[in-house]
Design a protein around this ligand. Structure first.
Ligand code: NAD
Ligand code: AHE
Ligand code: ZN
Length: 369
């Protein structure tokens, strides 16, 4: 079939709206009509050329929601008409990782996913017979996309696509980092670096679990108002702090953060996030993604004296199990997604969504088809 899609031909270049040919789903795959997709900073990161797994030409996008149109042979868990959220972290429930009970990082299809192809090693997308690669196994910047069955979460049908698409990445990542990865407890003092689509979800989850101080750190003062609405108790703009921000935050939290979260992707900030943690027990969670060649550093003494450095992907969430529950939380009014959708744009204007993100003018742009 033909489908409309935004194609990334080359790193650093705008996406191009094209008519792309899409093959039918093969065994174990599903064809999904994408109704809405968020634009996450990770899409911009890959498009920038800094992602060592960034391959071109490809169809980016990993924060979508849509409807199953057709299923390939042997597909049992979803049927045409089901509403779904694509999962860049699948859940096969069968691999060593899924069965370990220790991680959400299902590895059943990770190697082909990283090469931009389906599990059989080929792409379903092409233009004029030339293959176009998949991205993160999801490619939600296409009106129709093919996904492995294990990479879709079935959700309730009354949930609005242009809101719950954010559960495909930002919402689940931020909330899951607090609940699954850090396991923040009531009364904890939390510091969140970066108040974008991820950091704001860390903040709303920290408030949900009953954190005490919730300190938000961002260079962009326009992020403050919404962060406060979602639960931030103190705002720190690093450009207004004289000297080192680390002792400033340690003072503010009266000894250091019980938990800190880096939601930017900046290795220098990752170090600050670790070092502002409380001696003896502070836990710092890296969520931000940093480019090829970048490395984190600190004095080992920081760890010797009890601080813990962790990371999280998709908030430690197991997609097929957890995503439907997070959709329920939104529908029950337990979490706020409405305020995170700053703008809704048609797919033809998708490059504007990237510009708005780079200018810091939106939390999330959502693109519809
Ligand atoms: P975003 O662009 O919406 O937000 C980033 C925020 O950081 C902005 O508000 C910006 O003003 C602020 N910022 C930038 N530099 C700063 C600095 N030096 N000090 C303080 N604030 C600064 O991005 P996002 O979509 O929220 O994504 C954040 C990061 O998380 C990205 O690196 C993204 O790739 C990553 N990410 C990781 C996962 C995961 O599973 N680990 C999932 C989604 C996104
Ligand atoms: N190819 C990238 C990987 C970047 C990365 O860490 N991605 C996160 C999701 S970010 C969503 O916005 C992730 O899930 N990581 C686990 C995995 O298996 O990729 C790079 O930098 O190499
Ligand atoms: Zn993302």
């Amino acid at each position: 079939m033909d489908t409309k899609a935004a194609v990334a031909y080359k790193a650093g270049e705008p996406l191009k709206i094209e008519t792309v040919q899409l093959e039918a789903p093969k065994a174990g795959e599903v064809l999904v009509e994408i109704k809405a997709t968020g634009v996450c900073h990770t899409d911009a990161y890959t498009l920038s050329g800094a992602d060592p797994e960034g391959l071109f030409p490809a169809i980016l996008g990993h924060e979508g929601a849509g409807i199953v149109v057709e299923v390939g042979a042997d597909v049992k868990s979803v049927k045409p008409g089901d509403h779904v959220i694509p999962l860049y972290t699948p859940e096969c429930r069968n691999c060593e990782y899924c069965l370990s009970g220790k991680t959400n990082l299902c590895q059943a299809i990770r190697s082909t996913q990283g090469k931009g192809v389906m599990p059989d090693g080929t792409s379903r997308f092409s233009i004029g017979g030339e293959p176009i690669l998949h991205y993160m196994g999801t490619s939600t910047f296409s009106n129709y996309t093919v996904l492995p069955e294990i990479a879709v979460a079935k959700i309730r049908e009354d949930a609005p696509f242009e809101k719950v698409c954010l559960i495909g990445c930002g919402v689940t990542t931020g909330i899951g980092a607090v609940i699954n990865t850090a396991k923040v407890e009531p009364g904890a003092n939390v510091v969140v670096f970066g108040l974008g689509g991820i950091g704001l979800n860390v903040i709303q989850a920290a408030r949900m679990v009953g954190a005490n101080m919730i300190v938000g750190v961002d260079l962009n003062p326009s992020k403050r108002a919404l962060a406060e609405k979602l639960g931030m108790t103190h705002f720190v703009n690093p450009s207004e702090v004289e000297g080192d921000i680390v002792p400033y935050l340690v003072d503010l939290t009266k000894g250091g953060a019980d938990y800190s979260f880096e939601c930017i992707g900046n290795p220098k900030v990752m170090r600050q996030a670790l070092e502002c943690c409380h001696k003896g027990w502070g836990v710092s969670v890296i969520i931000g993604v940093a480019g090829a060649g970048q490395e984190i550093s600190t004095r080992p003494f920081q760890l010797v004296t009890g601080r813990v450095w962790k990371g999280t992907a998709f908030g430690g969430a197991k997609g097929r199990t957890d995503v439907p529950k997070i959709v329920d939380w939104y529908m029950d009014g337990k979490i706020n997604i409405d305020d995170l959708v700053s703008k809704i744009l048609p797919i033809d204007d998708i490059n504007q969504a990237f510009d708005l993100m780079h200018r810091g003018e939106v939390i999330r742009s959502v693109v519809t088809f």
